[in-house]
Each structure stands twice: as C-alpha cells, then as structure tokens.
Design a protein around this ligand. Structure first.
Ligand SMILES: [Zn+2]
Length: 281
C-alpha cells in the first residue's frame, strides 16, 4: 500500500477501539476514527466546531402525500450546497479531497486506492467521505465494483454516490457514507419493500438472485435493486448505466445547468454518464 501521511495507523486508533473489544474490522476502525477525529485533544478542529453547530439545528417535518420530509436549516452544509462540482475548473492545489484540512486524517481502503475521512460538512454525526487518493474525475464507470466492496466491508454504513451533475459538490471521485438507516428515505424504502402490495410497488425484473423494483409514489424517480450476488448486481448496474445514459440525453434547456453531454470544465471532458444518485447497502 502507498505510504501517505494522511493515513491514520491502527496504533493511533487503539485508544478509541476499547468499546469494540479490539476487534479490528473496518466497521470498528471507522467508528474509532470518528471518535479520534471528534476528540478535543487529538481531533479535527473544524469537525468539532461544526458538530456544535449541528447540535443546535432544528428539524421540521413536512408531509407531501404519504412521504414525510425533514427540513433542516444546517449552516455547516452552506459551502457544500453553494459549490458545484461541474461549474469551475478545479486544480489539485485547491481540491479539498486532495488537500486535507489541518488534523483531518483518514483510513485507507482497497490497498490505499481510497481514503475514508469524516465529513466536516455533515448532515448527521458520523458522515463519511470516501475519496480516491488520486484526483480522478467523478465518473462511476469502472468503480461500481469498488462501491460494492466498500458497502460489504462497511456493513454498518450505507454508501452513496452522487453523479457530478446530480449533486456532487466536488469533481474529485468520491463516495459518501453514513450510519445505516439514519436517513428518513432509507427507512421509507424499507417500509415500501415490506409492503409491496399495499404501496403497489412494481416488479420490473423478478429472478431468483436479482429483483428490480419501482416505487410509484416516492416523490422522485427510483429504481430499487435487491440481489444476493455481487456479480449479478455489478452486471445489472453496467447494463442500467448504459441505458440510463440514453434517458439522460433528453436533459436540455434547464436554467443554470449544462445540456447533457456538454464539455465539463471541472473534469476536462464531455459529460458521459447518466445523472443519478446511488445508495448501496
Ligand atoms: Zn482532488
């Protein structure tokens, strides 16, 4: 594995592993990293400051149809929400995923191809950013198998991918993660899947080791895939990714948003993937 001063060692995490009985799996290592980075003595100042702000944020629930939405005024998200991954050319020197904040440290995964860090611009405590250690563009092609591996390894967390023109705030390749079932939408999906008849969930593909479903009443377009096989899931994703690309070609004339397929300055190439958000667990 490549040496990297940003990587934290198991020895540095050991004082934070006591509650896990020193079992060194990735779930426990990441939980220890969260504790290390939140520690007033050794930790990451911006994270500690933002957690205090997060504690004061109020949440208002609103219901649209059968779906409950949480509305949150969260000032720590301001910079991420105002920055757009596709608008400006970003050189490595200014990239927040190439250059860590003072005292921000991370755990390597997949032989140091990725670094797991605690996101200081969090929605909830324990939000993670899992970025490539190299400045690769935010394009999922060829990296979905990594996402499957990470989701399987970090089984206490849900892993997310936001496409460059579907909400990513940085063009440097990254996944996000958070403690499993913390987002209301995740629990709503579980509820739909447990009540398929009641919510008229449509089955698009129903095979023994893969099911593809669609929830009609979920306020946003969605495709749910459940599978017992990593290979089947990856094969399906490649197929889906190609077909979804065709659908996204119809995105044109939206205010402030490039037409699909235009040259994107931040990644120095034409857009080449469908505009999608993925959640894997
Ligand atoms: Zn970068």
């Amino acid at each position: 594995m490549t040496e990297n001063k940003n990587f934290i060692s198991v020895d540095e995490l050991r004082p934070y592993l006591k509650e896990s009985n020193n079992v060194l799996d990735y779930n426990n290592l990441v939980k220890a990293l969260i504790k290390h980075q939140e520690d007033l003595l050794n930790g990451f100042e911006l994270l500690i400051k933002n957690l205090k702000t997060l504690d004061k944020c109020q949440i208002q629930k609103i219901k649209i149809g059968s779906i409950v939405l949480n509305v949150m005024l969260n000032p720590v998200r301001k910079n991420s929400l105002l920055s757009s991954g596709f608008k400006d050319r970003l050189e490595k020197a200014q990239c927040k995923l190439c250059n860590l904040y003072p005292n921000q440290r991370g755990l390597p995964i997949i032989n140091g191809k990725y670094i797991i860090r605690i996101n200081p611009m969090m929605v909830t405590r324990g939000d993670l950013t899992i970025a490539t250690t190299e400045h690769y563009p935010q394009v999922i092609k060829g990296k979905f198998a990594d996402m499957v591996y990470i989701a399987k390894t970090l089984s206490d967390f849900s892993i997310f991918y936001n496409g460059l023109l579907a909400g990513a705030s940085n063009p440097h390749f990254h996944f996000q993660a958070g403690f499993k079932n913390m987002l209301p939408g995740e629990m709503q999906i579980e509820n739909f899947l447990n009540n398929i008849e009641k919510y008229k969930v449509e089955k698009i593909i129903a095979k023994s080791n893969i099911q593809v479903l669609y929830i009609p009443d979920f306020l946003r377009k969605n495709i749910i895939v459940t599978s017992t096989s990593e290979d089947e899931l990856t094969e399906f994703f490649d197929f889906f990714n190609n077909d979804f690309l065709d659908i996204s070609k119809n995105i044109k004339n939206l205010n402030g948003v490039p037409d699909f397929g235009e040259y994107i300055d931040s990644i120095k190439m034409n857009e080449l993937e469908g505009r999608m958000n993925l959640l894997l667990k």
